[in-house]
Design a protein around this ligand. Structure first.
Ligand code: NAP
Length: 230
């Protein structure tokens, strides 16, 4: 099996890489932190990587070329993402653009770019957040990019199905990774990234399309996505 995982250098992406490796898959990881990717390559013989900044949307068109010789791509995991505990209008313009690019545009454009490598039976996994069902007051722009990803994933699911490709949306609750500190706040508690990775692998095996981790968060679906009051 061939898998591409974005945001492979830490947290959920790294846990997924290690889980895929254990399953005997060949994994290609994408992220900016070369040292972290090298370290993963030392732990997993079948891990290869491409150092790339996914906010540079123009460079996404080169990724397919870099995967030449891979053969069929069985799984693409759009996992890379980041947040900021900042009010939207207080953010630098560049950060607004970068967050929207990495969290929302890159998953669409990378899927589009790698589609020719995927065939009947391939799977696209989009890592969203269970936060799409509640108001992420402290992470407003992040919440908006994830609701947008949730929305477009529902639409892309049908498009991909026509090609025999399954789309799996993943909705984690609070996960103990570098995410929150990088976003500017110390947050305690949460599930492990390994638990999320195991749930994703299970969903791939069982043919599921939506995965909530922990599972009880699936009840949030009854609320629909959160939409700010107008
Ligand atoms: N932690 C949570 O509570 C939580 C909850 C729900 C959903 N999520 C989602 O889970 C996903 C993974 O987050 P995590 O919790 O594992 O956080 P993390 O440990 O901070 O990992 C984020 C990953 O995204 C990559 N990334 C960020 N910006 C990038 C860019 N410009 N170009 C390429 N790669 C970039 C990072 O790699 P480099 O820095 O090396 O580029 C890193 O590998 C995200 O989409 C996040 O929104 C997290």
């Amino acid at each position: 099996m061939n898998a591409v995982v974005t945001g492979a250098s830490s947290g959920i992406g790294k846990a997924l890489v290690l889980e895929f490796c254990r399953e005997g898959a060949r994994v290609i990881g994408l992220s900016r932190n070369e040292a972290a990717l090298r370290e993963l390559a030392e732990r997993c013989r079948n891990f290869h990587f491409i150092v790339t900044d996914l906010s540079d949307l123009g460079s996404l068109s080169q990724i397919r070329g870099k995967l030449a010789g891979l053969g069929n791509l069985d799984v693409l995991v759009n996992n890379a993402g980041f947040g900021a505990y900042r009010r939207t209008l207080e953010m630098e313009a560049d950060d607004v653009i970068r967050m929207t690019s990495v969290n929302f545009l890159a998953p669409i454009l990378l899927t589009r770019e790698l589609l020719p490598l995927m065939g009947e039976g391939s799977v696209v996994v989009n890592v969203i957040t269970a936060g799409v069902h509640v108001l992420l007051v402290d992470l407003p722009l992040y919440g908006a990019t994830k609701i947008a990803l949730h929305y477009v994933s529902e639409a892309m699911r049908d498009e991909l199905r026509e090609r025999g490709i399954r789309l799996v949306s993943v909705y984690p609750g609070l996960v103990r990774t570098a995410f929150h500190l990088r976003a500017g706040k110390e947050v305690k508690g949460g599930i492990t990234p390994e638990a999320v990775a195991r749930s994703v692998i299970k969903a791939l095996r069982e043919g599921k399309e939506r995965v909530y981790v922990p599972r009880y968060l699936g009840l949030l679906r009854l609320m629909g996505p959160h939409l700010p009051k107008v």
